[in-house]
Ligand binder design. Structure first.
Ligand code: HEC
Length: 90
């Protein structure tokens, strides 16, 4: 049959395997990137990027950074542990 000859089954099967492997590598790559982020960065990314870009603590003095966190009290709910983690970035 013409159809069978143009795309033999074994080829389709091989393509499926190749595509599956590529997908697995991509997914694994994302998982590794996520795992290699520090807990602080994960916290900043999850809590601090809904209203603006990722904040850069390095741009601010220690005092200013604390003021910013205080000013954000009503904007972001941080538990004691998270607050200490973010203060610790300075
Ligand atoms: C509900 C929205 C919202 C969330 C969530 C939020 N911010 Fe903000 N942030 C703002 C707004 C609005 C401003 C600009 C006004 C200001 O400076 O207070 C701002 C400004 C800033 C600035 C710049 C301040 C300056 O003086 O230049 C920093 C740094 C910052 N935010 C850090 C954070 C961090 C860290 C978090 C997570 C813990 C966070 N933001 C989460 C709304 C938010």
């Amino acid at each position: 049959m013409l159809c069978k000859r143009s795309i033999p089954f074994s080829w389709r099967k091989r393509d499926t395997v190749v595509i599956s492997i590529i997908l697995m590598i991509v997914i694994l790559g994302c998982a590794i990137k996520q795992a290699s982020m520090s807990p602080e960065e994960t916290l900043l990314r999850s809590k601090c990027t809904s209203c603006h870009l990722l904040p850069e603590p390095a741009k601010f003095s220690k005092e200013k950074w604390r003021d910013i966190l205080d000013a954000h009290k009503d904007r972001v709910r941080l538990d004691k542990n998270e607050r200490e983690m973010l203060e610790g970035l300075k």
